[in-house]
Design a protein around this ligand. Structure first.
Ligand SMILES: NC(=O)c1ccc[n+]([C@@H]2O[C@H](COP(=O)([O-])OP(=O)(O)OC[C@H]3O[C@@H](n4cnc5c(N)ncnc54)[C@H](O)[C@@H]3O)[C@@H](O)[C@H]2O)c1
Length: 307
């Protein structure tokens, strides 16, 4: 199978590539290393890595020649904060280039486009908890959320009446090895790194805000299962388990046998109070369920940071 992966040198993308590697698969990866790292692909296997925008003229020509059977589109300007500071950059990577990619895919043999959308940012504060696919109503609160939501709509419109099926997967808060512990997202990595270095983790607000933390390998399993089904999907990929930031910090403190307590800073504007996804539909449609508990996943992050 010929598989195209955009954003393959990123956190989730590199785990996906690792899982896809096999003699039967020929993999073409694009990553401009905006946030991804070449070292994330320090693995052997049948793949070609191109360090460029997937939407550059050269890349689009390369994709046309490659003629993929499946496309995993993960590349994105992935920071909400950056999208607020520089909406034009976000628009370029998260809307304009993906439109050009879809146009090429529509002319190719590609049967499936799997897109990593966002369960937490494309809609405002949820009114139903856990939030199901049909509960999404409010407007996004960041350019990142706007771009994800609009691209979801564009994918649906552009692929209508074509042979290209889509799986739009709304991911909750993904965590795991290779997530940047110095970034502004990925609270599990950030806290684990702090405890490991005997530093206080910082909690913004009162710490009662909740999130749905899903381990990266569970996400990769969902992405691959979705890619093999010849149907359109719009699905939430989360655990359905709501964890407050305070509870997360406490579990980590115990896990790492630490005496250190978090520091509380003022709440950040625009942060959702609660976010947890209803994953019933994904369980049914993909025959998938999350396998990793937060404790098990946290241990994996801790071991990775140690090494
Ligand atoms: N991590 C999460 O919790 C989460 C939640 C919801 C959705 N997502 C989505 O999942 C995808 C992967 O996220 P991640 O956490 O691995 O982030 P990431 O930043 O590690 O991965 C995104 C990758 O895309 C690359 N990239 C950006 N623009 C590009 C372009 N124009 N051409 C080629 N490469 C480009 C970056 O260099 C990076 O490697 C993103 O689309 C993100 O929006 C992530």
């Amino acid at each position: 199978m010929k598989i195209l992966v955009t954003g393959g040198a990123g956190f989730i993308g590199s785990h996906l590539v690792e899982e896809l590697l096999s003699d039967e698969n020929e993999i073409l990866i694009f990553d401009n290393c905006l946030t991804g790292k070449k070292e994330n692909l320090d693995i052997k296997g049948n793949f070609k890595f191109i360090n460029d925008d997937f939407g550059s003229t050269n890349s689009l020509e390369e994709i046309e020649r490659f003629n993929p059977n499946i496309c995993f589109h993960l590349a994105a300007q992935s920071s909400v904060v950056v999208s607020v500071q520089n909406p034009a950059l976000d628009f370029e990577h998260n809307i304009l280039q993906p439109i050009k990619l879809i146009q090429i895919l529509l002319k190719s043999n590609c049967k499936k486009l799997v897109f990593t959308s966002s369960g937490g940012t494309i809609f405002g504060e949820p009114t139903t908890i856990p939030t199901a696919e049909e509960d999404y109503a409010d407007e996004p609160e960041s350019p990142y959320g706007v771009a994800k939501k609009r691209l979801n709509e564009l994918i649906k419109i552009m692929t209508k009446d074509s042979n290209l099926k889509y799986s739009i997967l709304n991911l909750s808060n993904v965590y795991g090895p290779r997530q940047d512990p110095h970034g502004e997202a990925g609270v599990v990595s950030i806290f684990a790194n702090k405890y490991l270095n005997n530093e206080e983790p910082i909690i913004y607000g009162d710490g009662a805000q909740t999130r749905d933390y899903i381990y990266v390998k569970d996400v990769v399993t969902a992405l691959i299962k979705a890619s093999l089904i010849d149907e359109n999907h719009f699905l939430n990929i989360g655990t359905g388990v709501e964890t407050s930031v305070n509870d997360l910090a406490n579990s980590m403190k115990m896990q790492f046998n630490s005496q250190i307590n978090p520091i509380y800073n003022p709440a950040r504007e625009g942060e959702l109070k609660r976010s947890v996804l209803n994953n019933t539909k994904a369980k049914e449609d993909l025959n998938w369920k999350p396998e990793y508990s937060l404790d098990t996943g946290m241990k994996e992050v801790f071991n990775w940071l140690r090494t």
